[in-house]
Design a protein around this ligand. Structure first.
Ligand code: THU
Length: 137
């Protein structure tokens, strides 16, 4: 899917899919998986705060629970100027990506694209645990 279309879906999610009674800070995400399927999500806040789920994880977990495992592109749109994913979401993107295009957008005309290594350098991931590297399976 074109960057502009994915951003449009993320903007729609920011404006329609969030539950943010505490911060009133809205974030939307649209994630395109390897097979071309797209999932969207908004941030969901909880009164005791820590169970809050970011927009990125809402969208990614919808995809994963639908059997999808590899992110191709992910577009993120927040209420601030270039809203970047939090550290937890970076690790979640890392889990379900090989070479993702991470699109941080203000609008369809104003966006930047990052690679995984740029936003989470020297990361720990699934291949550090599985395989025969340390004799584990
Ligand atoms: N938030 C996201 O959903 N994604 C981000 O990339 C940054 C932060 C949410 C979490 C919380 O609901 C609100 O923004 C304020 O931190």
């Amino acid at each position: 899917m074109k960057y502009e279309k994915l951003i449009e879906l993320a903007i729609y999610a920011r404006d329609n899919s969030t539950y943010t009674p505490y911060s009133h800070f809205n974030v939307g995400c649209a994630v395109e998986m390897k097979d071309g399927e797209v999932y969207t999500g908004g941030n969901i806040e909880i009164a005791s705060y820590s169970p809050t789920n970011c927009a990125e994880r809402t969208a990614i977990f919808k995809a994963v629970s639908d059997g999808k495992r590899e992110i191709k592109k992910i577009a993120i749109v927040g209420d601030s100027d270039y809203t970047f994913p939090c550290g937890v979401c970076r690790q979640v993107i890392r889990e379900f990506s090989k070479k993702p295009e991470i699109i941080i957008a203000n609008s369809k005309e104003d966006y930047k694209i990052y690679g995984m290594e740029e936003i989470l350098p020297h990361s720990f991931g699934p291949e550090d645990l599985v395989g025969d590297k340390n004799g584990r399976k």
